[in-house]
Structures are given as structure tokens and as C-alpha cells.
Design a protein around this ligand. Structure first.
Ligand SMILES: C[S@@+](CC[C@H](N)C(=O)[O-])C[C@H]1O[C@@H](n2cnc3c(N)ncnc32)[C@H](O)[C@@H]1O
Length: 358
């Protein structure tokens, strides 16, 4: 496992560094231009015209004005999204990824529809430890109860982002959980039931219970009903409330991209609550994208840069973890790590833990 990401990152000379700083200063503009070119089909048109197009030709094919095409293409040129040769515009490899790569498309939609407006309030959110950016969608303390009622584009982009990263690990995760031979699994933060339903479809003999907030359980119940799955039950609860207890009798307590929704003190309390529900044979399986356990720097970059969403939009206080920080919380909750499995799906790690005193 590599863990040297972003080391030695101060090697540029002053001029190079100043240029990099301008890329950051103008990054919202470059972002919006790239997205607009993607959404107005300009990148797609260029991808189909391998011999390049003049601004006039691109304007004609896109039914936009020459001014519109040129203003977008010049920013795209400066960002290496297109190249220009003999007055013709060509799509570069970066342009190709912006237009066609699923991960780039999903990240861009999520940043545009969920984060863009709210991140304006990041400084307030950082100071107040409150999701101040969420006011662009309504009067909410955290995004979780708001998820099912977000504007359509935001809701779709949020779920696509969430599902792309966690779903990519589900198949392997199911195999790993099955090998542990559980009879009953509790899926805390099971959201709309995607994991539970996938699990249940191939393992109908194993009982699985989804625990989540009422708004998500409502959607999960609908999905389970539509698929007519009998082995899934639901439990509506806010895990943070003092009087919420974790039901006993589960062999595996599964949490996928759940604990990153909370601050450190809350995570320890949640783990202690779970600990109290466990018997000597039960174990906790946590799936999280830890930035220091990724297998490449691109993935580490994506995971790290999800954290400011938690600050400005989700709750004001949680983040994506560095594993070396997270393991300290497990210790505090008296849990012993028995196995760490990296490279699950796009970016996930599964940690298996049991009670220290077992
Ligand atoms: C990032 S999503 C992860 C969903 C799913 N496990 C996955 O891997 O895609 C976090 C889930 O935790 C739930 N959640 C957040 N705060 C909660 C709380 N206080 N009590 C119970 N569930 C909560 C959210 O409703 C959401 O479904």
C-alpha cells in the first residue's frame, strides 16, 4: 500500500508556482466552462470530429453563436481541454475524460448541483461548524433528512455520487461478508436499501436489517416492496439520539460510508453503542474510503476533496478519514482490528473489528 501521496509537493520554481496559483484562483471559471461545454454538447461534437473544427463550424454544428463557442473554447484551450491548430479546435485527452469518463462526469455533476452554490459559505461553515451552505436548499441542520426532498438535479447527483463510490465496492463486500457466514446482518446507514437488496438477492437465507433516518427508510421500504424481497427488515432511528439503542443479535454490524457522516466524538459514541449490542461472536465491518489507503493519487485527491462538502453542505463537522486517524477512534471504543482489506471497488477499504475483551 502506497502512502506517500502529496509528499514533496513544494518543488516548483516561483514562476511555476504563481501559474499554479492562478489555476486555483480561476478554477471556478474553468470548472463552469468545462461543464457548460460538456452539457451544451460541444465536447461531444468535438469528439466526433477528429480532424478538428473551426469556430464557425463548431458554432454551426452546435447551433450556438461564434462568440459563445470562442469564449468557451479559449478558456478550454488554457485548461488543456481542447487544443488549437491551424484555426481548428480539437478535443484533448483531458477533454475526452470530461466528456466521457463516468467518474469525472459524476464528480462534476455532484460539484455543480450539490456543492457549487453552497461552497460560497465555506468560511462561515468552517468557523461555525455548521453546514452553512445548506441554506441554498432550505432550512436544514444536516443534509441527511433533506436528501429525499432536494431539487431533482441535486438529489440525482448526490445519489449518483454516493452510489458510484460505495456501489463499486458492494459486489466484493458481499463476497467478504458471506464468507463470514452470518445469519443476521445490521446495515447501519443503509440509505435507500441498495446494498441490502443486492445482498438479499443472492443470499435470501441471511436476514438483513437496514437502520437509517425515517426519510431514507421510507424510500428503502418502497424499493424493497417493489422488488418483493422478504429477507430485509427496517429500523427507523437517529443513531445520535441518547435513547436510540442498537438491536442485539446481529452477527455482523455493517457500515458503509456511514461513519464519515459524524465528528470524532460522535463516532466513538456510536461505536460504543454498537459495542454494547454485540455478543462475543459478532463483529463490525466498516467500509470507508480512507485517503491514505488509496492505490493512486487521483483517488486520494477525490477522497480528500469530498471533505469540504461535509463541512459546507452535509453537517459542518465531518470528513473523509486518514486511516491512521480513524484507527485511534476504534481503539478508543475498545475495538480490535482483525483484518483490513484494501482496494475494494473504486476506493474502499473494509475493516473488520471485534471486541477487545473477547
Ligand atoms: C453517505 S450515506 C451512505 C449510504 C450507504 N451506506 C452507502 O454506502 O451508499 C450515509 C447514510 O447515513 C444516514 N445517516 C446519517 N445520519 C444518520 C443518523 N444520525 N442516524 C441514522 N442514519 C444516519 C444517512 O441518512 C445516509 O443514508
Amino acid at each position: 500500500m502506497r502512502n506517500d501521496f502529496f509528499e514533496n509537493n513544494d518543488k516548483l520554481n516561483a514562476l511555476e508556482a504563481q501559474y499554479e496559483a492562478q489555476k486555483i484562483a480561476f478554477s471556478p471559471i474553468v470548472f463552469q466552462v468545462a461543464r457548460t461545454m460538456r452539457d451544451l454538447n460541444l465536447l461531444e461534437i468535438l469528439s466526433k470530429n477528429k480532424n478538428g473544427l473551426t469556430y464557425e463550424e463548431l458554432a454551426k454544428e452546435s447551433t450556438l453563436s461564434k462568440y459563445a463557442v470562442q469564449v468557451l473554447c479559449e478558456t478550454a484551450l488554457s485548461a488543456n481541454i481542447v487544443s488549437l491548430k491551424d484555426e481548428k479546435v480539437f478535443l484533448t485527452k483531458i477533454g475526452f475524460f470530461i466528456n466521457s469518463d463516468k467518474m469525472t462526469i459524476t464528480n462534476m455533476n455532484y460539484n455543480h448541483h450539490v456543492n457549487y452554490l453552497g461552497l460560497f459559505y465555506l468560511d462561515e461553515a468552517i468557523k461555525n461548524e455548521k453546514a452553512e451552505g445548506l441554506k441554498v436548499f432550505g432550512d436544514w441542520e444536516t443534509i441527511y433528512p433533506a436528501l429525499s426532498t432536494l431539487p431533482n438535479d441535486a438529489k440525482k447527483s448526490w445519489f449518483e455520487f454516493d452510489h458510484m463510490y460505495s456501489d463499486s465496492g458492494f459486489k466484493e463486500a458481499i463476497k467478504i461478508l458471506k464468507e463470514l457466514k452470518p445469519e443476521k446482518i445490521l446495515d447501519i446507514g443503509g440509505n435507500t436499501g441498495k446494498f441490502a437488496m443486492l445482498f438479499a438477492q443472492s443470499n435470501p437465507e441471511i436476514e438483513i436489517t437496514i437502520m437509517d433516518l425515517p426519510q431514507q427508510i421510507k424510500l428503502a421500504k418502497q424499493n424493497i416492496y417493489e422488488k418483493d424481497i422478504k429477507s430485509i427488515s427496517t429500523y427507523e432511528a437517529n443513531i445520535l439520539l441518547e435513547d436510540t439503542t442498537i438491536p442485539k443479535g446481529f452477527d455482523i454490524i455493517w457500515m458503509s460510508q456511514f461513519l464519515d457522516c459524524f465528528k470524532e466524538e460522535q463516532i466513538v459514541k456510536i461505536l460504543e453503542k454498537i459495542y454494547a449490542s454485540m455478543d462475543n461472536n459478532s463483529e463490525i465491518c466498516i467500509m470507508e474510503p480512507f485517503w491514505d489507503r488509496q492505490n493512486n493519487e487521483t483517488a486520494a485527491f477525490c477522497v480528500i476533496n469530498t471533505s469540504p462538502y461535509f463541512t459546507a453542505m452535509a453537517n459542518g463537522y465531518s470528513k473523509m478519514f486518514k486511516y491512521t486517524d480513524f484507527e485511534k477512534l476504534l481503539k478508543k471504543a475498545n475495538l480490535k482490528v482483525v483484518e483490513i482489506i484494501d482496494n475494494i471497488g473504486l476506493c474502499q477499504t473494509i475493516i473488520r473489528c471485534e471486541k477487545i475483551s473477547r
